[in-house]
Each structure stands twice: as structure tokens, then as C-alpha cells.
Design a protein around this ligand. Structure first.
Ligand SMILES: C[S@@+](CC[C@H](N)C(=O)[O-])C[C@H]1O[C@@H](n2cnc3c(N)ncnc32)[C@H](O)[C@@H]1O
Length: 271
């Protein structure tokens, strides 16, 4: 009788073999790098082409413009900005790598991959300073989170949103395309505060208050209170001040603490 422990060695049957293979597979799968599903703030729903065309028209996209589409999906807005409107470049950002891959394929097929970049990135972490036009098809809640950043962009930046508003920031344009709403805004310069206009012998003081692009205020000409009307589009301002001999209109470009006159003869500085 042998003392070797043969009795303890179990024969390998089909069941234990299957269990062993299963364990090995599980170990292999755990070792493979697994990409977590991206957490979308907005589900993917493409904008119909006719709405894309209208959005780019409302954003007045042209050869001088760099366009950023926030949440770019299959890339259709950024691609059309370059291909259909002749934009100098476009960037699409999307958090979903599958969408980025699809958009890159589409840009290549459209022959604009050299001018349109698609970046896998969270839209909330995207630097928007280079944009002349920003397009969005997001959600009301996402727009609300973006609004403080959008309102501080360089004056004159155009914002276009499919379906969703910017809350009480009233749009400058609204359109309806096949039942879809599109809204557009122009980021206004900051003009609230006290201004002094030297217009020859006439001294005008202005007190302006501002809520986005809506500017109201009071004026005094040579110490006498008079009505004032203000119109602001981006950095372009028009101030009409009632004065003796008829109203006087001052048009110019807001440049920090000064307004550069469109036609000469006066100077405006923030006081
Ligand atoms: C409604 S789709 C709009 C697609 C495209 N702009 C259009 O109008 O056809 C929204 C897109 O936003 C992307 N998205 C959602 N959350 C995001 C985030 N935090 N950062 C970047 N992209 C995001 C989604 O993957 C989706 O492609």
C-alpha cells in the first residue's frame, strides 16, 4: 500500500474545468482597462439640418468667425459653420467619446477636418474666450449654469440656442423653424455707472443702469435733468440725450472706461 496521497487528488471533471475557465475569464476581464460610461448632462438628440442652417444665420456666422458648439453630438453644427457659412474655424466639444469619433468621421467625409476640431471635453470646462459665436442645444438648467460665464464673454460674442432660453436674459432674436424655437443673443459690453460726455461747450453727465443688453438711465445737460435713451448691441452704443435745440445722439464703441465716437466732436469717459 502506497503512502502517497493519491486519494486526495480529485479527477478534473467538466464542471470544475468550466468553473476554472470562468474564473480565469473573470480575472482577465477585471485586468482589462474598462472605460466608464460618460455622465451626460444632456442626452444626445441631433438638431435637424434646417434648424442648424437657421441657427448659423441668426448667429451671422461668416468668414471672420470662430464657432464653438457646446455638446457637439455628431458634429453637424460645427461642420456646417465651416462648410456652409465659411467660418474660419470651429470647435465641437462633447463628453461622449462615441460622439467625438462620429463627428471626426463626419468632418473628414465633409472635407473640413482640417478646419474643424472635435474635442472630448466637459462643456463646463471649456475655455470660450476664442469664440465669436457659441451654439447650444442643451437644456434650460444647463443654460442657466452657463449663463454667468456667457454674460462675461467678450462684447459682441453671439450666442445661439436651439429650444432653450437663458432665463430672464431676453433674446435679441427669436425664430421658429418647423415648430422648433431658436434664440440668439449678443453679449453686451458693461456700461452701467456714471459717464461724462464733453461735447464742445456742452457737458453731459449720465447715470446708466444695465440689465444685460437693456440700458436705462438719467442724464443732465449743463446741470439740467433731461431724458436719455440708450441702445446697446455688443460694444456698440447709441445714446440720445434731449437738449435745447433738439435731441443729440452719441454713437460709439464702448472700450472699457471710454466710448470711442463713431463721428468726432465729443468724448465720453467713465467717471
Ligand atoms: C442635444 S445633443 C446636441 C448635439 C448637437 N449640438 C446638435 O445640436 O445636433 C447634446 C450633446 O451634449 C453632449 N453632452 C452632454 N453633457 C455634456 C457635457 N457635460 N459636456 C460636453 N458634452 C455634453 C451629449 O453627448 C450630446 O451629444
Amino acid at each position: 500500500m502506497s503512502h502517497l496521497p493519491f486519494a486526495r487528488i480529485q479527477p478534473v471533471g467538466p464542471r470544475s474545468l468550466a468553473a476554472g475557465v470562468g474564473t480565469a475569464l473573470a480575472v482577465l476581464l477585471l485586468a482589462l482597462p474598462v472605460r466608464a460610461e460618460p455622465k451626460l448632462d444632456v442626452p444626445y438628440v441631433p438638431t435637424p439640418d434646417e434648424v442648424v442652417a437657421r441657427m448659423l444665420e441668426m448667429g451671422d456666422v461668416g468668414a471672420d468667425d470662430f464657432v464653438i458648439d457646446l455638446g457637439s453630438g455628431d458634429g453637424r453644427i460645427a461642420i456646417a459653420a465651416v462648410k456652409e457659412r465659411g467660418a474660419r474655424g470651429a470647435l465641437g466639444v462633447d463628453i461622449d467619446p462615441a460622439r467625438i469619433a462620429e463627428a471626426q468621421e463626419n468632418a473628414k467625409a465633409a472635407g473640413v477636418d482640417g478646419m474643424v476640431e472635435f474635442r472630448e471635453q466637459n462643456l463646463f470646462q471649456t475655455d470660450l474666450a476664442s469664440a465669436d459665436v457659441i451654439t447650444m442645444y442643451l437644456l434650460e438648467s444647463v443654460n442657466a449654469q452657463l449663463r454667468p460665464t456667457l454674460a462675461k464673454l467678450k462684447p459682441g460674442t453671439r450666442l445661439v440656442s436651439h429650444a432653450f432660453t437663458l432665463g430672464d436674459w431676453q433674446p435679441d432674436q427669436t425664430a421658429r423653424v418647423n415648430g422648433r424655437e431658436v434664440f440668439a443673443w449678443v453679449v453686451p459690453a458693461q456700461v452701467g455707472g456714471r459717464w461724462a460726455i464733453a461735447d464742445g461747450e456742452r457737458k453731459v453727465t449720465l447715470n446708466l443702469t444695465q440689465s444685460f443688453q437693456v440700458v436705462r438711465g438719467s442724464a443732465a445737460v449743463d446741470g439740467r435733468s433731461v431724458p436719455v435713451e440708450a441702445k446697446l448691441v455688443g460694444d456698440q452704443i447709441e445714446l440720445t440725450v434731449a437738449a435745447e435745440g433738439g435731441p443729440r445722439t452719441y454713437r460709439g464703441t464702448v472700450n472699457g472706461t471710454r466710448i470711442e465716437p463713431s463721428e468726432g466732436g465729443w468724448q465720453a469717459t467713465r467717471s
